[in-house]
Design a protein around this ligand. Structure first.
Ligand code: GRF
Length: 192
């Protein structure tokens, strides 16, 4: 990652599909002096993603494409990323799987936050699975994105206790709070 470090912040795009609480958190983090990133683009595959409102609120460019014709759509995104000089991508609640060739073009420069302690519970419904399996500990992971779903090198993890009274919803809330703490720390770890 050393070659990305310079006097200027690394131009970053955040990819979202939904609420965007991690996006908002990353935008706030990017404004701190010690943040290695600036958030310069928001991409969503879902035109109804609530998180798109942060584009207007923080004056950040946005781009929406359903990625239905994924090859062509990905080419368009790559063109845009190039035009905007984006060097790094943070996935934050992005529910679409990017193609191998897309990931290859940003090799080592895409990271994701996942609501489980990987390698446990890749994919969806992580909190339901943890509760069904009577786990005592849940958590979240920031990892590099590779072509294999939720399998890239782990950057940082944070554990969260599961209590008997927890439901998938209450657990999701607790984990999300930790996600907001973890993502900036993981980013600092990569760039320092
Ligand atoms: C987070 O739990 C993230 O880990 C998962 O989807 C959720 C997105 O939340 N992939 P938000 O859109 O950032 O609020």
């Amino acid at each position: 990652m050393a070659k990305l470090i310079g006097p200027k912040k690394v131009k970053t795009a955040v990819f979202i599909s939904g609420t965007g609480s991690n996006l908002k958190n990353l935008i706030k983090f990017s404004k701190i002096k010690s943040s290695p990133l600036s958030i310069d683009l928001i991409f969503s595959n879902n035109s109804k993603a609530k998180g798109l409102k942060f584009s207007g609120q923080f004056n950040i460019k946005k781009y929406v494409s359903s990625l239905k014709n994924s090859k062509l759509a990905e080419t368009k995104i790559l063109d845009l990323l190039k035009k905007e000089n984006i060097q790094f991508i943070c996935l934050a609640g992005f529910m679409k799987i990017l193609s191998k060739s897309f990931i290859k073009k940003f090799n080592g420069k895409i990271i994701n936050i996942h609501p489980s302690l990987l390698p446990k519970y890749k994919g969806l419904n992580t909190h339901t699975k943890a509760i069904q399996n009577k786990d005592k500990i849940a958590g979240c992971t920031v990892h590099f994105v590779t072509a294999k779903l939720d399998s890239g090198k782990i950057i940082l993890q944070k554990k969260v206790k599961i209590y008997k009274k927890d439901t998938p919803t209450s657990l999701a809330k607790k984990v999300l709070r930790q996600e907001h703490k973890l993502y900036p720390v993981a980013i600092k770890k990569i760039f320092n």
